[in-house]
Design a binder for this molecule. Sequence first.
Ligand code: SF4
Length: 243
Amino acid sequence: MGTPRSPKGRAQEVGRRLALEYPGAECELTHDDPFQLLAATILSAQTTDVRVNMVTPGLFAAFPDAESLAVARVEDVEPLIKSVGLYPSKARNLVAMAQRLVTEYGGEVPRRLEDLVTLPGVGRKTANVVRSVAFGLPGLPVDTHVGRLARKLGLTEHEDPVKVELELNGFVAPSERGTFSLRLILHGRRVCDARKPACERCVLADICPSATPPATSRAGGGARTAGGAGQRSGRAMRTARSS
Ligand code: SF4
């Protein structure tokens, strides 16, 4: 393959390579249904998925659905999520979110982005997580990893997450937007660290404008084979599961 020159070509090659690298990429928030995923994603703001997964079993045992959470007192929710950052405002948002689900949507999680973003505590990123993971609908969540990697890879120059999302939407097929985001997040966590990107073992190094050293100075061009990526993918996913 020649080196892709356009952002769209690069995005598609990034998608291809990361699919080999992280074939089993999936949302790491534990959930059984759209309501649980919505609540877990609200809780995940500025907190690790691991931390959220520690509190949601207790939360969902006490309040398994929108109806039960809608009539909860905020002070009864707070102790259940206390180890999660920003828990007082998240407890308020969870109860208000459930109340709106009950009053406006019959207790069900809506599927449309325009409806999801009207729920308390739900922004565009959370709405796209719910759409893509819970419903299998097009949705490309842009978190700090996705925005950062998209800029490093020369896919966008925007800082605003909404503009990043809209630009990436033009490059990624609707059915692949959710997994594209999940794979960029995994790559940001495992390889392209914000402070110390591991370009020397990155499968995107030969097409990444931010690679150090630059791709042109790499001996042999630095392009890696799909087979090589596939062999590393098993290790990457094992590392992901064990951390
Ligand atoms: S080559 Fe380096 S900067 Fe580019 S995506 Fe890979 S780790 Fe990040």
